[in-house]
Design a protein around this ligand. Structure first.
Ligand code: FAD
Length: 406
């Protein structure tokens, strides 16, 4: 293997390049990155970066000199347009070609767009790239009424960050609870109460019907599905993402909810792999095909593919975990919670230090914790090396998570 090309300069793509070098790969290594500038971390965009005192510090994934120092040919501001599988090369939008023996797709996702009336008005934004965050930072300084569409992780991180700018914040969520697809009902309901106590007007079971504009042509109000109207001079839409599969699809690779890969993260072409947010992979933790959107998943899959390319086949089996910071609220999750599984609460939610254990088929499948890092560490050990914890055990009045390790 003399040449590896990576498409995508995000968390997964850059980690794959770094890990390949770490694993001893010495051949040509090219990263094709559509965004301009030094590759950066996305999670701070809705957290540290979105603070009033923020002075434009972007958290880069690696120092600028890292790429040259490690012989990584980083092509920024250039898109891969075609994968020419027969020629083993990638055609770029500047008509250049990058040859590969092995290709890694790390194309991530893009924001799902609203299509209601007024959704194109000035003042309505998504949050995914650095330039989105910079626009929002600037507009928050003059905004008074912020409306967030969608109570998912990114929408709520932005909503809590926006409070520090002294604006009023309304969140419209079509579903009956916030972060409902990812959290157990008890955790999601606890968050709803906390977010409201912070001053967020959280409207559940209420979607967006249309936006109306003011005399300046900018968004002025959001009209919800209940007919209620909310003043809005700045709107953030956080209604989920769509995996970037089109490049893979056009070259004939199998796609579904993502680029379909096997347990080694190899696509339907043996020389092409897919990792991170764009990959749909078989998970031993869910028992089926899943696609995850997290730093952990992007990082671990990148490390894994580097091992497969340098040291041979092996199945990917890392335990998923995730974190979100919403103002003072710090949530960590380990494992894959279902939404209608059984659960047991450890600790007192009123103290803002507690965990929720989620059970699938009567066996521990996930641990969600607020300000309980110790529970997360134990949860990770239990969910990787065991022993397994049953619902009946956890329901015992004297159940102690630490004891379960023994
Ligand atoms: P991305 O980071 O999306 O990178 C993909 C890159 O590929 C993009 O730069 C894209 O431009 C490029 N690309 C696509 N197509 C092409 C092409 N044809 N040619 C060249 N380049 C291409 N996760 C957490 O775990 N915790 C958090 O708190 C958290 N907070 C987040 C906050 C925000 C605001 C956002 C947006 C995400 C957050 N995430 C969080 C999710 C996390 O950032 C993603 O899961 C992670 O970035 C995925 O990495 P990736 O490399 O797969 O995709």
């Amino acid at each position: 293997m003399n040449a590896v090309a990576i498409i995508g300069g995000g968390q997964a793509g850059i980690q794959a390049a770094a890990s390949l070098r770490q694993e001893g790969y010495a051949g040509a290594l090219t990263v094709i990155a559509a965004e301009s500038g030094i590759p950066y971390q996305r999670p701070p965009l809705s957290k540290e970066f979105m603070k009033p005192e923020q002075e434009g510090n972007v958290l880069s994934l690696r120092e600028p000199e890292f790429y040259a120092d490690h012989g990584i040919d980083l092509l920024t501001g250039v898109r891969a347009e075609i994968i020419d599988r027969a020629a083993h090369s990638v055609v770029l939008d500047n008509a250049d070609r990058v040859s590969y023996d092995r290709l890694v797709l790390a194309t991530g996702t893009r924001n799902r767009q609203l299509s209601c009336a007024g959704s194109e008005l000035p003042g309505i934004h998504g949050l995914r790239e650095l330039r989105d965050a910079m626009t929002l930072q600037e507009e928050l300084r003059t905004a008074r009424n912020v409306v967030v569409i969608g109570a998912g992780f990114i929408g709520l991180e932005f909503a809590t960050a926006a409070l520090a700018f002294g604006v009023s914040v309304t969140v419209l969520e079509f579903a009956p609870r916030p972060m409902g697809r990812a959290l157990t009902p008890v955790m999601s309901e606890w968050f709803a109460a906390e977010l409201r106590s912070m001053g967020i007007d959280l409207r559940l079971n209420e979607g967006i019907r249309e936006f109306t504009s003011g005399p300046d042509g900018r968004v002025a109000a959001a009209v919800s599905t209940t007919g209620d109207t909310y003043a809005a001079d700045l709107v953030v839409v956080g209604i989920g993402v769509i995996p970037n599969v089109e490049l893979a699809e056009a070259s004939g690779l199998a796609t579904g909810n993502g680029i379909v890969v096997d347990e080694t993260l190899r696509s339907s072409d043996p020389d092409i792999f897919a990792i991170g947010d764009c990959a749909s992979f078989p998970s031993i933790h869910s028992g089926g095909m899943i696609r995850l959107e997290s730093v952990q998943n992007a990082t671990d899959q990148a490390k894994h593919v580097a091992k497969v390319l340098t040291a041979g086949e092996r199945p990917y089996a890392e335990l998923p975990w995730f974190y979100t910071h919403q103002g003072p609220l710090r949530l960590q999750m380990t494992g894959l919670p279902g939404t209608d599984e059984d659960y047991v609460v450890l600790g007192d939610p009123g103290t803002r230090r507690f965990s929720v254990l989620g059970f699938r088929d009567g066996v521990l499948a996930a641990v969600e914790s607020v300000n309980m890092p110790g529970h997360q560490n134990i949860g990770r050990r239990l969910l990787t090396t065991g022993p397994s914890v049953t619902l009946d055990q956890a329901r015992e009045p004297r159940f102690d998570l630490r004891q379960a390790l023994k």
